[in-house]
Write a protein that binds this ligand. Structure first.
Ligand SMILES: NC(=O)c1ccc[n+]([C@@H]2O[C@H](COP(=O)([O-])OP(=O)(O)OC[C@H]3O[C@@H](n4cnc5c(N)ncnc54)[C@H](OP(=O)(O)O)[C@@H]3O)[C@@H](O)[C@H]2O)c1
Length: 266
């Protein structure tokens, strides 16, 4: 009954199973998985023979105290309708779905609920999982879920008002940064004889090294820029170009993403 249940064995569900097991946060016999298709469940059982497989979402809810819902936002309502009637009320529902608010979760279930936003980089134990607890959360449930997700990276609690913008940064951010890396590599290829593979490898390493440098030295980006962009030098030309054009581009992109966020799951 103290098991952690994961409903939805897609990108996030499978990443969580792998992360919780690899980090040692959970043993295989402490995890139960349910998913819509036989194919996903067979893949799960083949990869992790010792974890529990539930025949239905309701079956999982009967067997677990912490229930992580890792389905797409438009599927959350249906899942809640299946599990809540078989629950005692002292379980903890943890939803990953963007756009499904604490109010929506608490309307369906009066016990402990938490919204959690991991990131694709949690798969390599890096990045931040955002956590936002509901009104009924007890200390033990809060600590348990925060401890669980800290096994796959950093955990930061945020207010629900700040969750959309924080999600763009932490969870969508890897996609945005990957697009920037792609552009840097693309510009290198277009202005040289360097192959696309080589340019991408150079760009990826540079991005990882820059993030590591900022993290380890605790320098602000501005300080790093000051060290690289000497007056009248090459980098200064690039930084100036970015500073003139990027704020408008980033504000526009964020506004569009926030608008889309507001429509997810509706
Ligand atoms: N991807 C990200 O980077 C990311 C980051 C943070 C949060 N999230 C959130 O995480 C959630 C899952 O995203 P994802 O990328 O993992 O999506 P996904 O790859 O499409 O996985 C969703 C899984 O849910 C399963 N499913 C659908 N309906 C179901 C039902 N009624 N009962 C049980 N299982 C059901 C599907 O199972 P079958 O395969 O068996 O059909 C599918 O594998 C979303 O709400 C998303 O907003 C995603």
């Amino acid at each position: 009954m103290n098991c952690v249940g994961i409903i939805g064995y897609g990108h996030m569900g499978s990443m969580l199973v792998k992360g919780f097991l690899a980090s040692g946060a959970l043993h295989a016999d402490e995890i139960v998985v349910a998913s819509r298709s036989r194919q996903s469940l067979d893949a799960c059982a083949a990869t992790w023979p010792l974890i529990g497989i539930a025949a239905t979402n309701a079956d999982l809810a009967r067997r677990c105290r912490t229930i992580i819902i890792a389905v797409r936002p438009q599927e959350v309502g249906g899942v809640l309708c299946e599990i809540v009637p078989v629950m005692d009320g002292d379980e903890h529902i943890v939803s990953l779905a963007a756009g499904i608010g604490l109010k929506d979760l608490e309307a369906a279930f009066t016990g402990s609920v938490t919204r959690v936003v991991p990131t694709v980089t949690s798969a390599v134990g890096q990045g931040t999982t955002l956590v936002c607890h509901g009104r009924q959360i007890g200390m033990n449930d809060a600590l348990r879920v925060e401890g669980l997700f800290s096994s796959i990276g950093n955990v930061v609690t945020v207010s629900e008002d700040d969750l959309p913008a924080a999600t763009l940064l932490s969870s969508c951010g890897p996609g945005l940064l990957a697009a920037v890396i792609e552009e840097l590599a693309g510009a290198t290829v277009r202005t040289s004889g360097i192959s696309p593979d080589r340019a991408l490898a150079l760009a990826t390493e540079m991005a990882a090294a820059t993030a590591a440098y900022l993290r380890e030295t605790d320098e602000a980006p501005e300080d790093l820029i000051g060290e690289v962009a000497t007056g009248g030098g090459i980098t200064e030309v690039g930084v100036q170009g970015f500073r003139e054009r990027l704020p408008a581009v980033f504000d526009e992109v964020f506004a569009a993403m926030l608008e889309r966020y507001g429509t997810v799951g509706k």
